[in-house]
Design a binder for this molecule. Sequence first.
Ligand SMILES: [Mn+2]
Length: 350
Amino acid sequence: MEVETILFVIAAAALLWLATVVTMSTGAGAKSLLAEPGLDVIGDVHGQAGKLERLLARMGYRERAGSWSHPTRRAVFVGDLVDGQGDRQLDTVRIARAMVDSGAALIVAGNHEFNAVAWHLGERKHSDKNRRQHERFLAEVEEGSALHEEVVGWFKGLPLWLEVAPGEYGVASERGLRVVHACWDPQAQRTLRDSFGEVPRMSEALVAAASVERSEAWEAVEHLLKGPELPVDPPYLDKGGHERRHARFRWWDGAATTLDRAVQLPGGTTTADGEPYPELPATSIEPPVSPYSGDEPPVVHGHYWLTGDARSTGPTTACVDYSAGRGGKLVAYRWSGESEFDDANFVASE
Ligand SMILES: [Mn+2]
């Protein structure tokens, strides 16, 4: 080989190496190298254990002796580990549970864990519609088995929300962090605290009380785990093809004071006749909860089946559900103590 050729090969190799280093220190790579303490809040997994493993690996978590962990950070699951289209329902529960048991993660309950407990207790109607929503989990766990009872038993210990104080878990911050599955609603939290203690968990007593439609506990759990809704007309078809007359309220949006702005309907929604859903009128509404104030601690939640690139919904509100249960990416927000969210801190499984 001629000297020029050798020099060219060396130069090309050096450039390639440099490019790799630069790539790793920008974009998603930089987030995977985070060494400071913090909480990585992971969206609704819905049985997609492969997406969860990829996301954890991307964030620098490693699996050792059957449990994933990070040298300086903790994961937080926003609930809805199960149901949906995922074909690794139990693997998802095992991964999350091992992390929670070893202190590598925290978790709050989702509406699908609530439904799983209510189904097992016989508090949720065993209708065809409800069975279809829950059938992948029931098939994997073998309905009525000892394993079914054991997994549901773990769900019963899950808290309904999480409030992280400044300095807690070694994360320096001015305001701390809040995590809830669907909606941060202080009124709903007060209602549940009155009957079920300072940090209510999804006990049999709570699930039984919250299964009585229109009861105070039912309404509180609806708000926290499913999100408050507003009446809409005409009715629309939900993702299961069922006609619905209530739609999700955009509680994170301080400007959501008129119906057109306050209602969150997924793209492509149709009326019962299959017509494109009409634009709603700009009539003023009675908000079912007070819109979240920017002066409060930042809050991360899941549940809303968002699509597209992950971004916060306000300075102090961020949703990490980007439809992993239905073909979307699994998303996390990597919080390191900031009082306002920064879109650069979202990471996705792919
Ligand atoms: Mn949900």
